[in-house]
Design a protein around this ligand. Sequence first.
Ligand code: NAD
Length: 435
Amino acid sequence: MTMASTPGSAGEESTESATDRTTSESALETARRQLHHAAEHLDIDPNVVERLRHPKTVHEVTVPVERDDGTVEVFTGYRAHHDSVRGPYKGGLRYHPEVTRDECVGLGMWMTWKCAVMDLPFGGAKGGVAVDPKALSAEERERLTRRFAQELRDVIGPNRDIPAPDMGTDPQTMAWLMDAYSMQEGETIPGVVTGKPPVVGGSEGREEAPGRSVAIITREVCEYYDRPLEETTVAVQGYGSVGANAARLLDDWGGTVVAISDVNGAMYDPEGIDTASVPSHDEEPEAVTTYADTVISNDELLTLDVDVLVPAALGNVITEQNADAIAAEFVVEGANGPTTSAADSILAERDIVVIPDIIANAGGVTVSYFEWLQDINRRAWSLERVHDELETEMQAAWRAVRTEFERRDVTWRDAAYIVALSRIAEAHETRGLWP
Ligand code: NAD
């Protein structure tokens, strides 16, 4: 994506919208259900659980924007702070017509769990503006972003709350936000946002990080279940930032990627696809099927008889309707919320291993943490160092989740939420409640 293009893809701290996850359950309901589910396995103070059901604060702001024709349009923006017991708030800012207060609260909770399972010193937040960014010119988006930054100035900051790109926002949006904040503060403060272009303090390797973490976790899962990658077949739905990076790494590491897809359908080759020769969404949008000899549908891709299925396009694609037909042994969630709650239960009954999004695609927020460290220390890391440190963090998180999985005989999803919640609850109990 070029810097001036309309932002479309989800950022590295993205979490799907409420209605993407399930048709009947909002992001807030999902986040609360997971909280209670994990709490059942842990001996924690019920008052802490009660506190975590609610956001700390939700900021609602009015964002007036001068359109190119001179008229003024007024938008509503939000920033929900869920929990900061482990460090500053962290989470994306989205520009989407359906942004609501409750959606920001629910998605902010997901960020709390995601940061905690990765053991990052951050809490969870989410925000956005209820606007269709595609209906605005680049100049209008810049004015919107600068005014939104000004309205949030008192509540964000490198030690308070660090936004990042999400649906409808991109590195350019973060550069404008950083510039507006810095101009008002009177000094350059790159650590106020992550996901910036490297020239203004962004990190090398950030864009590919969620896909890289999906590949690392897939490799660990295969090793855990004694499945050499060289004998492993993989199908990847979505060939964008997450899907293409994951597919290419698994291909490089010896796996056989037999299917990849975009919105138009899937390329299928049982002998294995040369993933480097097929352009990703960024390189040539929606072109996967034009390179294919055999095209199958996205629905067929999901039910292929492969070892690993990586849904990396949308939320809510494995549902009650197709869960019985999933033939993969392992599902590694590249997208946020690709498996509905009902489908999750069916897959568990069928002993299909599902590795949840909050660990699998957490490479994005982890490299955001690296970006923040580089910004506050005023020292850029090499790509090699980013890769090495990400590998270390992913392995540490994997080991923690694996320990709970083995100790408690729960699903991998429950194990990941148990790791997250126990860390958050322990911090709350140790800090205590201000009376
Ligand atoms: P992207 O825009 O780069 O790519 C999306 C891909 O999915 C494209 O190939 C597109 O053609 C395909 N697609 C769209 N609609 C589809 C459909 N109906 N069926 C099949 N394929 C379809 O997006 P991305 O950044 O790779 O994000 C993918 C998912 O991963 C989203 O759920 C996102 O929230 C999540 N995620 C992204 C990041 C990130 O930093 N990019 C981080 C964590 C999670």
